[in-house]
Write a protein of this length. Structure first.
Length: 94
């Protein structure tokens, strides 16, 4: 039986390398634009390839001066399963 390799995961530091601050990442999570990290909050939290893809989409939209509300709607339509799973699992930041 073949086992598939685990999907890569990323720490907050990897997301910071994409050019976002912790404050901005938290803001996007609070606004429902970026789903919360997997594994909960704190040292168990991790991010996936999907989080990186969404952050890159955010960067493109931000560079084109699009509104965050439009971006949230676009992302929820484009990645519905990811956002639906995030809503069931991990609470957003306080």
């Amino acid at each position: 039986m073949r086992t598939s390799p685990a999907a890569p995961t990323y720490s907050i530091e990897a997301l910071l390398a994409e050019g976002f601050s912790r404050r901005v990442i938290r803001y996007y999570i609070e606004r429902g634009i970026l789903p919360p990290p997997e594994g909960g909050r704190g040292p168990n939290a991790y991010y996936t390839d999907a989080h990186l893809v969404i952050l890159r989409e955010i960067k493109r939209w931000r560079d084109n001066r699009r509104t965050l509300d439009d971006l949230r709607e676009f992302l929820h339509d484009k990645y519905p399963a990811f956002y639906k799973r995030a809503r069931r699992g991990v609470p957003a930041y306080d």
